[in-house]
Every structure is written in structure tokens, then in C-alpha cells.
Design a protein around this ligand. Sequence first.
Ligand SMILES: [Zn+2]
Ligand SMILES: [Zn+2]
Length: 215
Amino acid sequence: MFKIDLHIHTRLGGDSLIHPDEVVERARAVGLDGVCVTEHHAYDLSEPFEEISRTTKFPIFRAMEYRADNGHLLVYGVQASRGNFPPGLPIQKAVDWVQKNSGVAVPAHPYQQSLAGQYLGDDILKINGLYALEVLNGSVSAADNRRAEKAASRLKISGVGGSDAHGLHVLGKAYTCFPAPVTSMNELTTALKTGNYFPVWNQYYDGPKETVRQF
Ligand SMILES: [Zn+2]
Ligand SMILES: [Zn+2]
């Protein structure tokens, strides 16, 4: 099993307390084999992690979190930015753009309501062409995760897990288990397309310790 927290934010994205230099030590301490940094709307902001990954020999992948008109998408395998991928597109259009560019778009926390009361909710069921859904997010309620898990099974797609950490204590709280080691962003994108993985609550944290789906 290769354990990757597929959804973390750091100070590089401006809305997290996690210092980039703290990530690897914490990730190792909570038993992860890798992390994926997903700053908002910006692939390029996480560039310093290339050097951190090299010097620590710890796998750090770089993706981004995109805000569509009514929901968030984790975008893997496309080096997108506000310039080539402006925020606020209809979510189906955003998914299609990512996947036409050989990436993988995974709706994040689809049942979490925003402060403005907007959320994707059951509209998730209308999105075509998804490979996976985030069904275990370490920063939303158990009920929101359960609804996402149900939606993934209705859509007959796999679920991923990630902490959505904005603070160090949350990093690794949920993660995704892959059957084999993943050593590059290309490999991660390819692995995400296979559907062969499952989300897990981290045993190092308090709270529900359920494995949502097994192979
Ligand atoms: Zn989000
Ligand atoms: Zn996030």
C-alpha cells in the first residue's frame, strides 16, 4: 500500500498555516508515503516543493484546487493557473477542460456548504466523465463525507481521501491508498484514472477510523 494525502494547502497558497518546511516531517510522522499540494488556482505557487522533495527524498506531488461556479475540483496532471484556466467556470466545463488536457478532475467535498450556502450537493450526480470523487475529506463533517461516498457509489466511480489540511495537525488525517508506489506526477495521474485505490482515515488521529472502500 502506498499512502498519499491528495489534498493539502500550505502558506504558499496564502490561506494555510502550514509552512512548507514542516510538511515532510509531519507526513512521515503520521505514516504517509507522499503528499499532494493543492494550492487554490495555482500550480506554480507550489514550485518550492520540488526542492524540498529532492532534498528530503520524500514524494511530494503538485496539483491545484479549482473553484468552479458551484463547487471545488482537485486538478491533477495539468499545470493550470488563473491565466489558462480562469476560476468560476461551470463545473462540467472545467472537468472537460482538465480531462481533455490529459489530467484528472476530482470534485472535492461535494456536500460541504460554503459560507454563502452554495454547494454542489446532488448536482454531483449530473457530472459526466468523472474518474473519482473525494469521499473522505479530513476537514468536513462525517455526514458530508457519507453523502459523498453514496454519490460515488451511485456514479460507480472510486473515492479518494485527503486531509484538506490548512493546519499542520490535520495533515494526513485522511489519505488515499494505492496498490503500488507512485513516483511522479505522471504516475499519479495515470493511477487516478485506473480507479484502483481507496480512501482511509488515518489511525494516528482520533475520530472515526473507518475504511470506506476496500479493493
Ligand atoms: Zn475546497
Ligand atoms: Zn482544499
